[in-house]
Design a protein around this ligand. Structure first.
Ligand code: HEM
Length: 402
């Protein structure tokens, strides 16, 4: 009913807009305030066993930003920054202005939190800069070089990392701007990437999102109700180092898609590349989107229905000693390249308890050449330790920094 009220007001506004924008503006000002839609008022808790933005369904808008500490900032300054950042994230995730609100930019003044999440991580270089080498987790060992990598070092790695997600673009940018301002004097942005996903309400019912190749992407993610889910994605309470209990390691890859090449292929060819139908995401071995793919099933000519080099065969946990990761990506588009092709693809984000059991073995196999890799270019890479969620009164990373 609330949604109905809001959209009725929107339609009236549009009709008036057709007759003259000024009238629409006046009408909107006179109208009694309508309650925020469910989208604007959606609030994700800041505190908990895990940081928000990992299990939260991926939002429509995202920003990823890495910072490097300035030369004279050490552990003490980093701790003060994480305290400030945590307070601001906590406030903004409840729809409140950031710390020091009197200087706030006002970008999201009239909006609710719109499902905002802010997630913080630490890169390998952070530990040497802050004299905390003895607390460096073994899991932050540099990722191996993969033969097909063409990485831009300036857009890779970083001391500190923030992932922002929200279902409103202004709310997401507001958080990015507030957190960047608060870093001044302590840390400088190293790189920043902006991504997007399907908006809630854009489809007839909640559906798995599509990527920019048009594929349904995210179907066979591990699910929280599976018995080994927590063990695959999160560091256990008794895990080492202890400041990472409840935390996770995130691998980021900026993967450009060769979309002009991809579009030259028939839908049939594109489906063989993945091993799933484009229309509904069902495996080529039969069934619906959520039917388990049958990797052994063969067609009339005796060849496997899911090809030997199909992406889902090569990445399947069954063919990787059970390795699994939670994929929670954003799509990106940064205009067009000099050759006229879209600079677009996937900000691939994989969450796991240990990258050496999750991302690394799978990427090693993909790097040997699955059918999909011919259409991809890995252009940036990073790995961050994302500590568990803060308890009331704590800031993120307190266990590491105190
Ligand atoms: C599955 C696309 C990169 C790991 C899939 C699926 C699609 C897809 C469409 C099938 C639907 C699903 O289960 O989500 C892509 C695209 C990529 C990409 C477009 C790059 C732009 C990667 C990378 C990795 C990876 C770099 C890991 C190193 C997986 C895994 C699955 C999967 C583990 C599930 C396999 C299964 O158990 O069925 N991907 N992928 N993907 N992908 Fe990717």
């Amino acid at each position: 009913r609330l949604l109905g009220t809001a959209s009725a007001a929107g339609v009236a506004g549009l009709a008036l807009g057709g007759a003259g924008g000024a009238y629409a503006h006046a009408a909107a000002q006179d109208a009694p305030p309508a309650p925020l839609t469910s989208l604007g008022s959606a609030e994700v808790p800041f505190h908990g066993a895990h940081q928000a933005g990992i299990l939260t369904p991926a939002q429509a808008h995202g920003h990823l930003v890495a910072f490097d500490l300035v030369p004279d900032a050490g552990r003490r300054q980093a701790a003060a920054l994480l305290r400030r950042w945590s307070e601001t994230a906590h406030r903004m995730m409840r729809g409140k202005p950031p710390v020091g609100g009197e200087h706030d930019t006002g970008i999201a003044l009239d909006a609710g939190p719109a499902g905002l999440t802010v997630t913080f991580g630490f890169g390998r270089t952070f530990f040497a800069r802050t004299g905390l080498k003895d607390r460096l987790p073994a899991q932050l060992a540099p990722l191996p070089d993969f033969s097909a990598d063409a990485l831009d070092k300036k857009r890779s790695d970083g001391d500190l990392w923030i992932q922002i997600g929200a279902d409103d673009a202004l709310v997401a940018f507001h958080a990015l701007r507030a957190l960047q301002r608060e870093a001044a004097g302590t840390a400088r942005p190293r790189w920043q990437m902006t991504g997007f996903n399907r908006s809630p309400g854009a489809t007839d019912r909640p559906r798995t999102t599509r990527n920019l190749m048009g594929q349904i992407d995210g179907t066979n993610n591990p699910r929280p109700d599976e018995k080994d889910f927590a063990e695959r994605v999160f560091v256990p309470a008794s895990g080492q180092p202890s400041w990472m209990a409840g935390g996770s390691y995130v691998v980021l890859r900026r993967i450009r898609m060769l979309l002009d090449e991809w579009d030259k292929h028939s839908v049939g060819d594109q489906e063989k590349t993945i091993g799933r139908r484009k229309s509904d995401g069902s495996p080529l071995s039969g069934g619906g989107e959520h039917t388990e793919p049958d990797l052994d099933k063969r067609g009339k000519d005796g060849s496997p229905l899911i090809a030997a080099d199909a992406h889902i065969r090569v990445t399947s946990p069954d063919s990787n000693g059970g390795a699994a990761m939670l994929r929670r990506p954003f799509s990106y588009h940064d205009g067009f390249r000099d050759d006229g092709a879209p600079d677009a693809g996937l900000l691939f984000l994989a969450w796991q308890a240990d990258p050496l059991r999750g991302f690394v073995p799978v990427q090693r196999k993909l790097d040997r050449g699955d059918a999909l890799s011919r259409f991809l270019r890995h252009e940036a890479s990073a790995l961050f330790a994302v500590p568990g969620g803060p308890r009331e009164g704590e800031y993120v990373g307190q266990g590491l920094l105190e």
